[in-house]
Design a protein around this ligand. Sequence first.
Ligand code: BJW
Ligand code: ZN
Length: 249
Amino acid sequence: MADLEDMVRELVIALDGARKVACLTGAGCSAESGVPTFRDAGGLWRGRDPMSLATPGAFAAEPELVWQFYDFRRATLEGCLPNPGHRALAELEGRVPEFLLATQNVDRLHQAAGSKRIVELHGDIWTLRCSARCGHEAEDRRTGIPGPPPCPDCGEPLRPGVVWFGEGLPPGAMEGAQRAAGTCQVFLVVGTSSVVYPAAGLADLAAARGARVFEINPRPASRVAGIRVLAGPAGEILPRVLAGLRARQ
Ligand code: BJW
Ligand code: ZN
C-alpha cells in the first residue's frame, strides 16, 4: 500500500493537471472545528440518536424536542471557527479553473472560510423556514428559544432550514452537484461516512465518468472502486496538499 506521503504527492499531481475539480464534504470536515459528527462515537443527544430527530415525523410528533436539538447545535456552532481543512478547500477553489464544493454540512463553516462555489445539499441550520410551507424563509441567528417560534407571515411553527430524511434536497442542488461530479477530472470525498443518499452517489457518478476519486478520512468509508485513500484528518491532510500545489505553481 502506498504510504500517506506518496498519496499526498499523487493527489497534488492530479490536482495540478486538472481543469475541473469537484468535492463532497461531510461532518468530518468540521470535526476539527469542534462540531460533533453524526455517526462517530458519542453521537447521542439526551439519550436519543440524532438520526431519529432528523425527520419530519419527529418534528410533527415532538416539535419542542426537535427544536431544542437544533437550538443546542446552533448554540454549539456559535463558538466554532473554520479549521485549516475548510481554508485549504477555499484556497483550492481559487487554484482550479472550474471547481464546485458540494457539502452535506449545514454549519456554513465553508463559507466562513471563504468558499464561494458551493452547493448546500442538506440546507443550512442558520435559516428558518415555515413548516406549513407558506413561503417564509429567512436567516435567523437567535439561540436560546425554547420551542419553534411562530412564522411571521402565517403563525405556523418555524423549522430549521435543513433537509431531513425523506425530504427532497433544495431545488437545483443535486443537479448542480451531479453536473460537476459527472464532468470533473478529480473528485474529492472528505469527511463523510458515505451512507446518506443521494449525496453519497456523487462519488460513484464521478468514478463512472472517469474522474480520479480521492478520499480523505481517518476511517475511510467510501465503497467506490479504485478510490485512492488518504487516511487522516482533513485539517492536517488538506493543508499538506495545498502546500504541495503551491510549491508546483
Ligand atoms: C473525519 C474527521 C476528520 C471524523 N477529518 N474526516 C438510496 C439508497 C438508500 C436510501 C436512500 C437512497 N436514496 C434516498 C434514500 C433515503 C435517505 C438515505 O440516504 N438513507 C440512508 C441513511 C439509508 N435519504 C434521504 O432521505 C434524502 N432525501 C431524499 O433522498 O429525497 C428524495 C426522496 C424523498 C422522498 C422519498 C424518497 C426519496 C435526504 C437526506 C437528508 C440527510 N439529512 C441529515 C440531517 C441534516 C440536518 C442536520 O444537520 O441535522 O444530514 S442526516 C445526516 O447525515 C446529515 C449529514 O449531512 C448526513 C451525512 O452524514 P456525514 O456528513 O457523512 O457524517 P457522519 O457522522 O456519518 O460521518 C462523519 C465521517 O467523518 C466519518 O466517516 C468519520 O470517519 C469522518 N471523520 N473526523 C476527516 N478530522
Ligand atoms: Zn408561514
